[in-house]
Write a protein that binds this ligand. Structure first.
Ligand code: LLP
Length: 463
């Protein structure tokens, strides 16, 4: 691995090009604890370590690109959510953010439940020993096979997403001689302040059943008449990467209003509400996420207040954080390849991965930060765009960031906060081999999802 000096890229121009960045950081070597996992630190030599192991040794042993997850941090965050919500509430980790058998075991040990949204996620959860009654099954178009698998394995709840599914789940449960515990997912009509593709509570989209025009009340009416279903509650998920609690509060209020209407019409008090996931994390130093205890307090207070006003027993609350638990606990480690300074614009830094290991920048215009982690540098910061090795100019990992201007091929750089929706949305585009996920804890590193190999690619190609 060469560490030779590279001719410095252009200093940032007097008038900077368009971009997301603010000023260069005071210290380009500093690691903001808001965006880096808990045990990440710079050692005396200037190299960054996680769980007590330096990145050079990690790159040597596991290769790059690779995701490194700080197990201590993951467990601490899972525990913080569990503790914040206490015994009267349940925390379902949203497996879509990132799921593997090790993750399932950590969640189980830390007392969390699990939300899955496909047969594959359910199989992974069950195979790692998550008790079925602690699993919630989601999805807007569950197949008959998936519904059957979920009911046969005894999942704690299925979240119903359409009128057709109400009938389908009831029918399958009945034919299996059982009664399935279910919730109904409603769309509460909130415009969450996040990217359009990840907002889910406005009415014009594919998820849930609308509250506004009486559809949700009708769904409850039908579910209550079907023998195969035990309706235990109402579910709402308003979107993802949200910082403002106002949307959750409106959702909680509207869900409680539905519970009151159900009580008035049917004389039934549904015992549970689920307020979904969606809490934002810090991708850059500009983001200020809420802590789990603040969220638990805010949601608990609003539900209690609304229930008192409606003279309802306070239902058991559950939440489904995915990103907020796993997101901050991992970083992606890349080796720097080609460096292309474009005078007056910025320097393009190519890494050995890209949109196949992190599609979020291309898909949602997501912002990330980045740091040189194999060493420190006193060189002037330069404005960079970190790009991948795929055949698209939109193959951007970090749109605008500052790295030292003596950055050289062979240096290791890391992008923090890539624990959520990066490996889980990774692809084989250009026949890239999906990177491994390595768990690091107390001086030990072990692969929890191995790197794909060319044999894996060829095994699928049976033509
Ligand atoms: N519950 C339900 C029903 C969901 O649909 C989701 C996420 C969650 C919980 C977890 O949300 P979280 O706490 O992770 O925000 N790929 C996108 C995010 C899609 C989220 C889909 N549903 C991204 O990379 O930003």
């Amino acid at each position: 691995m060469s560490r030779s000096a590279h001719p410095a890229g252009p200093r940032h121009a007097d008038v900077w090009p368009e971009g997301h960045y603010s000023a260069p950081p005071a210290d380009v070597n500093a690691l903001d604890p808001k965006v880096w996992a808990q045990t990440v630190t710079r050692t005396d030599t200037g190299e960054v370590s996680v769980g007590g192991i330096g990145v050079a040794a990690l790159a040597e042993e596991f290769g790059t690109p690779a995701y490194f997850v700080d197990e201590t941090d993951f467990r601490a965050r899972a525990r913080a959510w569990r503790t914040a919500f206490g015994h009267d509430a349940d925390v379902f980790y949203a497996g879509k953010a990132f799921l593997s058998r090790a993750i399932v075991r950590w969640l189980h040990e830390e007392g969390l439940n699990l939300d899955v949204c496909s047969g594959g996620e359910l199989t992974t959860a069950l195979s790692a020993g998550m008790p079925a009654d602690r699993i919630a099954f989601h999805g807007n178009n569950k197949s008959t096979d998936e519904i059957t698998q979920a009911i046969e394995s005894g999942v704690g709840r299925i979240v119903l997403d359409s009128f057709q599914e109400i009938v389908r789940v009831a029918h399958i449960a009945q034919s299996l001689g059982t009664r399935q515990r279910v919730q109904i997912r409603v769309t509460v009509g909130v415009e969450a302040h996040t990217h359009e593709f990840i907002a889910t509570a406005h009415e014009d989209q594919k998820f849930g059943i609308a509250l506004a025009d009486g559809q949700a009340a009708e769904a409850v009416r039908r579910a209550l008449t079907l023998d195969g279903l035990e309706l235990i509650g109402i579910h709402s998920h308003i979107g993802s990467q949200i910082f403002d609690m106002a949307g959750f509060e409106v959702a909680a209020r509207r869900v409680v209003a539905l519970l009151a209407a159900v009580r008035d019409e049917h004389g039934v008090e549904l015992p549970e509400i689920d307020l979904g996931g969606g809490l934002g994390i810090a991708y850059t130093s500009d983001d200020d996420p809420r802590e789990p205890h603040e969220i638990a307090k805010a949601l608990g207070e609003i539900v209690t207040r609304e229930c008192e006003a409606a003279r309802l027993r306070t239902p058991r609350i559950s939440v489904e954080p995915g990103r907020a638990i796993v997101g901050p606990t991992a970083f992606t480690l890349y080796e720097v390849g080609t460096i292309k300074p474009l005078e007056g614009l910025r320097t393009y830094v190519s890494v050995d991965g890209g949109m196949s290991d992190n599609i979020r920048t291309a898909l949602y215009d997501a912002e990330y930060s980045v740091a040189l982690v194999s060493r420190t540098s006193d060189a002037e910061p330069m404005l960079v765009r970190v790009v991948g090795k795929h055949c698209e100019s939109g193959d951007i990992v970090v749109k605008d960031a500052f790295l030292p201007s003596d950055l050289a091929p062979g240096d290791l750089i890391a992008v923090p906060a890539t624990g959520a929706y990066c490996r889980s949305m990774a692809s084989n585009y250009n026949h890239a081999l999906r990177p491994p996920v390595v768990a690091v804890r107390d001086g030990e590193a072990r692969v929890i999802v191995r790197r794909e190999t060319e044999e894996d690619l060829l095994r699928l190609d049976v033509g």
